[in-house]
Design a binder for this molecule. Structure first.
Ligand code: NAD
Length: 496
C-alpha cells in the first residue's frame, strides 16, 4: 500500500501541468480520513485549455485519420499496461474509495478486458453499402468519430466508469477530456500516465481535475465539445443536459437506479439469501445497479427476511487492506449524512426498521464513514425510501402475491436501470424479464455485466448505452455518401 503522500497533476496537450490557479486538493482514505494524495485542483481555465487541446488534436486529424488498426494497437498496449500495473491500480482504487482490495482487483481485471474489447472493435466496422434507387449510383454508410468528447465520471467505480467511456471513444477516433470525481481521481490519473507511456499522441487524451460545478460545467457547456458523456446522479444529469443545449452537443448519460430484486417462492432458498445480501450490500450499496428494493412473494417473505437479517448482522466492515473485510465505508461524511437522512425519512414514512439504521459502535471504525447494513420492511412504492436512490447499505422490502403484482410494483419507479427475477419457472422468468422496463434484467443472478453486453437505463436512468457494440456507436456519427456515375441535367430552372 502506498505510504507516502502522492503529488499529482493534470494532463493537457501531452504535458503534466499544475492548475493555472496553483490550487490543490487533498484526497483522503475514507477508512480513516488519512491524506493519501495532493492533486492539482483545476478550474474553468484549465478545462478550457484541455478542451482546446482536444479540439486541435481532433481537427488536425492526428487521431481521427489514424487507421483503426493502429488505434486498436495502442489500446491493446494500454490494456497490457493496465494488467501489468493492476496491483498498483487496485491499491489506488481502494485508497480512493475504501472498497476492499478484492473488489478493486476485480475492477482492474474487468477494465483491462474492456479496453481490449474496444481495441478489437477499432478496425472492424468498415461501413456498409446500401441499395440506392438509382442504378447508376453507389451509396455507402460510414461511421466517423463524433469529435471532442467530455467524459465525466463518478466516485463509486472511478476507473471502471472512466474506462467504459475512454476505450470506445478512443477506438472510434475521438479525442477526449476526462474528469474523474474530485473525491477519487487517482486511478484515472494513473491510467492517463499509462496512455502517455504507450504512445497516444499529445492532445488525444486529456485529464482535468476539479469540481463538477466549475470544471464539469465547462466540459458540458463548451461549444468546442461535440459530446458529453456523464455517469453520476440524476440531478447532476439535469444540469449537464441544460448546459449542453447551447451547441446541441450529443449527450450520453448513465444515471442512477432503484433496482428491484424479485424473489418468487420457488427460488432456491440459500441462493436467494446469498444474492439478496450481495445485491444490496456490495460496496456498501454504492452501486448504481444495487438491488436496494427487495420484492418478495408473501409465502416466502418472513423466512427469507429472517435469514437475510441474520447474515447481514455478521457483515464485517473494515479496512480495505485487511484480510476478512467484507465491506468498506461510505465515500464521505457528506454522503453518510445523506444516507442517514433517508433512514430518518423511511422511519417517518412508516417503513419498519429491523436492522441497522445507524453508525457502528466499534471503536476501530470511528474515523471512517461507516454505516451499518440496514433493512426496512413493510415498505411500499409511495415511500421516498423506495423511490429514491439512497446509494448506501439500505434494503427496502416490499411484498407481492402474484406475478402481475410483482411486475407492476417493480416498474413503479422513475428509474429503469436494472432488475432481477428469481424463480425456477423458466417461462415465468422470461415473461417477467420482458415486462420489466429496465436496460438490464438478470434471471437467477445479479449484477453481472461484461464488455460485450450493452449497459444503460430506460426512463430516467439514462440516455444511450455503454459497453457492447452500442457503446462504440455512441461515439460515432453516421454518414451517408452517395455518388452518381451518370449525372443527367435537371433542366428545371430558367430553361425555355
Ligand atoms: P455526481 O452526480 O455527484 O457526480 C458525478 C460527476 O459529475 C463527478 O465527476 C462530479 O464532479 C461531476 N459534476 C457534479 N456537478 C456537476 C455539474 N454541475 N456539471 C458537470 N459535472 C458535474 O455523482 P456521484 O455522487 O459521483 O456518483 C453517484 C451517482 O452515480 C449515483 O446516482 C449512481 O447511481 C450513479 N452511477 C450510475 C452508473 C450507471 O452505470 N448508470 C454507474 C455508476 C454510478
Amino acid at each position: 500500500m502506498a505510504k507516502e503522500l502522492l503529488h499529482k497533476k493534470m494532463y493537457i496537450n501531452g504535458k503534466w501541468v499544475d492548475s493555472q490557479s496553483g490550487k490543490t486538493r487533498t484526497i483522503i482514505y475514507p477508512y480513516d480520513q488519512r491524506p493519501i494524495a495532493e492533486v492539482a485542483e483545476g478550474d474553468v481555465a484549465d478545462a478550457k485549455a484541455a478542451i482546446a487541446a482536444a479540439r486541435t488534436a481532433f481537427d488536425d486529424g492526428r487521431w481521427a485519420a489514424t487507421s483503426g488498426a493502429e488505434r486498436g494497437r495502442l489500446l491493446y498496449r494500454l490494456a497490457d499496461a493496465i494488467e501489468r500495473d493492476a496491483e498498483e491500480l487496485a491499491e489506488l482504487e481502494s485508497l480512493d474509495t475504501g472498497k476492499t482490495m478484492e473488489e478493486s482487483r476485480w475492477d482492474m481485471s474487468d477494465i483491462a478486458g474492456i479496453v481490449r474489447y474496444y481495441a478489437g472493435l477499432a478496425d472492424k466496422d468498415a461501413g456498409e453499402m446500401i441499395d440506392s434507387p438509382n442504378p447508376n449510383s453507389e451509396s455507402k454508410i460510414v461511421r466517423e468519430p463524433v469529435g471532442v468528447c467530455s467524459q465525466i465520471s463518478p466516485w463509486n467505480y472511478p476507473l471502471l466508469q472512466a474506462s467504459w467511456k475512454m476505450a470506445p471513444a478512443l477506438a472510434a477516433g475521438n479525442t477526449i477530456v476526462m474528469k474523474p470525481s474530485e473525491d477519487t481521481p487517482l486511478t484515472t490519473i494513473k491510467v492517463t500516465e499509462l496512455a502517455e507511456e504507450v504512445g497516444f499522441p499529445a492532445g488525444v487524451v486529456n485529464l482535468v481535475l476539479g469540481p463538477g460545478p466549475t470544471v464539469g460545467h465547462e466540459m458540458a457547456e463548451s461549444h468546442d465539445v461535440d459530446l458529453v458523456s456523464f455517469t453520476g446522479g440524476i440531478e447532476t444529469g439535469r444540469k449537464i443536459m441544460q448546459a449542453a443545449t447551447g451547441n446541441m452537443k450529443k449527450i450520453a448519460f448513465e444515471l442512477g437506479g432503484k433496482n428491484p430484486n424479485i424473489m418468487f417462492d420457488d427460488v432456491d432458498f440459500d441462493l436467494a439469501v446469498d444474492y439478496v445480501l450481495n445485491a444490496v450490500f456490495f460496496h456498501a450499496g454504492q452501486v448504481c445497479s444495487a438491488g436496494a428494493r427487495l420484492l418478495v412473494q408473501d409465502t416466502l417473505h418472513d423466512r427469507l427476511i429472517d435469514a437475510v437479517v441474520e447474515r447481514a448482522r455478521k457483515i464485517k466492515l473494515g479496512d480495505a487492506f485487511a484480510s476478512g473485510t467484507q465491506c468498506g465505508p461510505l465515500i464521505s461524511e457528506k454522503h453518510r449524512a445523506k444516507v442517514e437522512r433517508y433512514v430518518a425519512i423511511g422511519k417517518e414514512e412508516g417503513a419498519r426498521l429491523i436492522l441497522g439504521g445507524e453508525r457502528p459502535s466499534d471503536p476501530a471504525l470511528q474515523k471512517g464513514f461507516f454505516f451499518l447494513p440496514t433493512v426496512f420492511v413493510d415498505c411500499d412504492t409511495r415511500m421516498r425510501i423506495v423511490q429514491e436512490e439512497v446509494f448506501g447499505p439500505v434494503l427496502t422490502v416490499e411484498r407481492f402475491s402474484t406475478e402481475a403484482e410483482a411486475v407492476t410494483l417493480a416498474n413503479d419507479t422513475t428509474y429503469g436501470l436494472s432488475g432481477a427475477v428469481w424463480t425456477r419457472d423458466q417461462n415465468r422468468a422470461q415473461r417477467v424479464a420482458r415486462a420489466l422496463r429496465m436496460g438490464t434484467v438478470w434471471i437467477n443472478d445479479f449484477n453481472v455485466y461484461f464488455a460485450q453486453a450493452p449497459w444503460g437505463g430506460y426512463k430516467q436512468s439514462g440516455i444511450g448505452r455503454e459497453l457492447g457494440k452500442q457503446g462504440l456507436e455512441e461515439y460515432t456519427e453516421v454518414k451517408h455518401i452517395y455518388q452518381n456515375f451518370a449525372t443527367e441535367p435537371v433542366g428545371w430552372f430558367g430553361v425555355e
